[in-house]
Each structure stands twice: as C-alpha cells, then as structure tokens.
Write a protein that binds this ligand. Sequence first.
Ligand code: GLN
Length: 446
Amino acid sequence: EYYLDNIAQRNAELNVFLEVWADEARQQALAVDEKIANGTAGKLAGMVIGLKDVLAYQGHSLQSSSRILDGFKSLFTGTAVQRLLAEDAIFIGRQNCDEFAMGGSNENSAFGPVRNAQDTSRVPGGSSGGSAVAVQADMCLASIGSDTGGSVRQPAAFCGVIGLKPTYSRISRYGLVAFASSFDQIGPITHSIEDAARLLEVMAGADGYDSTASEQPVPAYSELLTPAAQYRIGYVANAIDRPGLQPEVHEALENTLHTLRGHGHVVEAVEFPLLEEMIPTYYILTTAEASSNLSRFDGVKYGYRAPDATDLESLYKKTRAQGFGPEVQRRIMLGTFVLSASYYDAYYTKAQRVRRLIKEKTDELLRQYDFLVLPTTPTTAFKLGEKQDPVSMYLADIFTVQASLAGVPAISIPAGQDAEGLPIGLQILSGAFREADLLAFANTLT
Ligand code: GLN
C-alpha cells in the first residue's frame, strides 16, 4: 500500500508506470503473508518489484514502449521473471522505457518521456528510465531493467540508485524483447547492494530456453558480500582526461580513488587505447543486430497492424512506418545499411574485429587489476529536450559501452552530487563471472 500510494501521488507527473497491477499485487502480497506465516516463503518474500516494459509476463501487456506492439499481451513468462515469482516477489507494474530500449534519456517512448523525480525538468536517463525513477521515488523497492550499452547503469547514475549489468549470459534472455542479442542483459536497479545481490542470485543461471545462458554455477551472492582486505584497482586515466567530462564528476572519482588508497588498496592509472573506437563499434554492431531482430514486427504476428494496407508489401511498409518511432527507424536503417552487401566488410566485419580487440584489451586489464573504475556518465542528468542531435546522445554512452562490448559485469553506484545536488554515478567493472567480488567491493563504497 505504501508503494501504491507513492505511485498514486506521483505517477501522472513522472510517467513511470504504464500499468499498475494494484489488485494483483495485493493478492500476491496476501498469498506471501500466508506463506510467511506457515514458514514456506521464498527468498524474495515481500519484495515489491517493477518490470521494465521489455520483459514477458504471461497475460500482461508487453509493448517495449512502442506503438507497434499496441494491444499485445505476452503468451508466456520469461525465465528471470518466472524465477522472481517462484521466490515470492510481488510485481507492482510495467515501467515506461525508451522504445525497444533504444535511447539514453527515456525521451524515445511512444508513451512520452519519463521525468527525473529529483528535478522534473531533467531526464531520468535511459533506456530503463522508468525503472530507475520508480526506485528513486520509492514506487517499488527494486526494478528489473535491461542493459545493452548502459541502460541499467546510466539511469541508475542519473537517479542516485544502484544499477547492475551482469556478465553477458549470466541471466537467461528468454522472455526479454531482443534489441542486440549479443549485448542484451537483464539487470536489477536497487537502493542497496544486498538487494542487487539477492535479485541476481535468483535470476541467474542456466536455462533450457536460452542456449547462450551460462552453465556456470550461481554463487549465493548475497552471502558473499565481505570484501578482501586489499584489491588492485585500475582507473581509466584517459577517460578522466577527456574534454566534456563535468568537473564535479571528475572530482567525485578522484575522491573515491583517494578513499580507496586510504583503505590500503593499490590504485593505479591505466590507459585504454580504444576509447574513441567504442561508440562507433557499439552503434554499428547493435544497429545491425537490431535491424535483424526487429524484422519480426511486420504487422502480421504481433500487435499493431496498419488499417489501410492494400497488399502484403504495403502492410509491412505501413505497419512499420506507423508503428516504429523515429529513433527505432533510424537504427533499423543504419543497421540495414551496415549489413548490406557492398558495405558489410567496411562496417560490420570491421566493427566485429574492433570489438574483439576491445574485449581482449579489457580482459587483459581485468586480469592485471581486480577492478576498473571510471565514471558512469560524462555529466549528471541533463534537461529534457537538451540533446536534440542523436549523435550527441550516442556520445554520452562513452563510458558504459565498454563493459557491454567486452561482456563483463559492471555496476553503477552513487558517488556524491554536483553543485545542483544532482547525483553522480561511479562505475566499477570486474572480470567475467566475478559478480561476487564486484558486489562485495561496491558494498564498501556505498
Ligand atoms: N543508450 C544506449 C543505446 O541507445 C544503451 C541502450 C541500452 O542499453 N538498451 O543504445
């Protein structure tokens, strides 16, 4: 009732929940109460959770905040969501996001922008903006988002909460609407590291419905939050010296490094030579994958169908022209272009090679150091409408795409605020499948 009250008070203004499952949540809560009374409650009993509008939950609307999925209801429940339910989580509603998770400000939703709860003239970040604001404004205890190139970490940073992107393949993608399949990961947005750990351990693990989901055993992350006495930490020096980095973000990072040295950790500067290649590589590969993944939305199988089509060809064209918003259309066109016969080698193949180099270099650094530390974002939350040019929006992803290109886990944690009181996020990367260490270390900084 506490969360439902908060939603009732602020949802109209913030535009976070596309749907609130009030009655269902109350029924789930009553059932959980009974289980608690008779001692059979699961690990997440009582945790009130919101779901980003890219996660399949049987019988519930699923739209990826797009017109093209108007009226679509999911026929099945995805693996991660099923595992949360099995541990007695309570689902409170479906959260607004950038259309098909494409964006970094949550201004690309067919349902209108989400607003940052701390300053409603500012964006919450994206694409999981609704999910981050829901936690920021206490409309649920935790949210489940998705992160392809920063969509859990960046909004978490803009909203002063915690966002975790696990190792690629740690959590099954079955039931997650595909954007760029070799990057997409489900991830929790929470107030505490312990909650993130708990949600990760419930959602992670092998899955017969997703052959790419890792078979590595899942540690009890929430019981492994005791850090080692000394870590080796690298900070990406050329990320800090970049023009365009807000001075207060730089300072917040310096302060953290100072604290870490004070705690006896080894803190050293590292250079990342491929920093400027990351954005082009990410946007070539993800748009290529998206153009393929989104070809299924043809007006025949799902959701919206253009009413004025005259034959199959015009049905496809009109449905897609009317159903997809401008950013999604831009990416489908870009992705189709880089995959086209005459440009494939120049763009797609080349970007695959650069991705490999970025991955090898990142893995190498993460063998030399336990963690890499860098800002989550170059600036704090910007104003709605401020970034009109898509390229300037893409460039703001500079610090989050590395972990996605390399497939390694990364977490954003709050690290102070700027002169206007807006939250600053700090990002920590670890080697693949080292989430237990990552969470234990992050816990010392929150
Ligand atoms: N801002 C990035 C993009 O628009 C990240 C999106 C995401 O992680 N889903 O591609």
